[in-house]
Design a protein around this ligand. Structure first.
Ligand SMILES: [Fe+2]
Length: 200
């Protein structure tokens, strides 16, 4: 069964995404995602594990840095859950990754393949990137909504880089090329992907 810490995080994520997202495609995607999450997946029995770049969580995921109550709650529930998560380097290709990328980022799947709750329909996770590191260009079939919790730049398609800011969001349509780049602070963001076909 789903742990209380995971359910609390998912409840906080639902309200944080809902209050921040404006793009109608993202809103529709998030309603599909959180409706699907009412059905529980399979809890993972793997132990949580960190990578060296997780040291940046101390700054990037410090609840004291989030005065907004919705984001504060999200970060608090994430911190309670974090010891159950497995952090990994990116598994896909590293096209246009910046120097030092390999040792200076970590991703955690919260629900989804390899996540604390195993399932294939919804992927929700976090990315943490050490200061002054460019994340690779990548794309994937599932649509994706980011909720950004730190400074840092994002790129979609061939558009210019932009900074959503703390509490900012962006929606990646299926297959769009995207990337991110930290500045002098660590970059920290949650993402939520709908990995099933849209209902007709
Ligand atoms: Fe992505």
């Amino acid at each position: 069964m789903r742990s209380e810490s995971l359910q609390n995080f998912l409840d906080a994520a639902q309200s944080a995404f809902a209050t921040r997202v404006q793009n109608p495609h993202a809103t529709a995607s998030l309603s599909r995602i959180f409706a699907a999450l009412e059905t529980h997946g399979t809890p993972s029995d793997a132990l949580g594990s960190r990578l060296p770049p997780c040291v940046h969580l101390e700054q990037a995921a410090n609840p004291q840095n989030f005065p907004d109550p919705t984001l504060h709650r999200l970060i608090e529930t994430f911190q309670t859950l974090e010891s159950d998560l497995q952090w990994w380097p990116r598994k896909g290709d590293w096209t246009n990754a910046g120097p030092g990328f390999g040792d200076n980022h970590a991703n955690a799947m919260i629900v989804g393949p390899g996540g604390a709750e195993r399932r294939s329909d919804v992927w929700i996770g976090a990315s943490l990137v050490a200061p002054n590191i460019r994340y690779p260009d990548h794309d994937h079939p599932p649509e994706e909504t980011y909720l950004v919790l730190s400074p840092g730049q994002f790129m979609q398609g061939l558009d210019n880089w932009f900074e959503p800011g703390i509490g900012g969001t962006l929606y990646n349509p299926p297959g769009i090329l995207h990337a991110m780049h930290s500045g002098d602070a660590p970059l920290f963001a949650f993402w939520a992907l709908w990995a099933e076909p849209h209902p007709a």
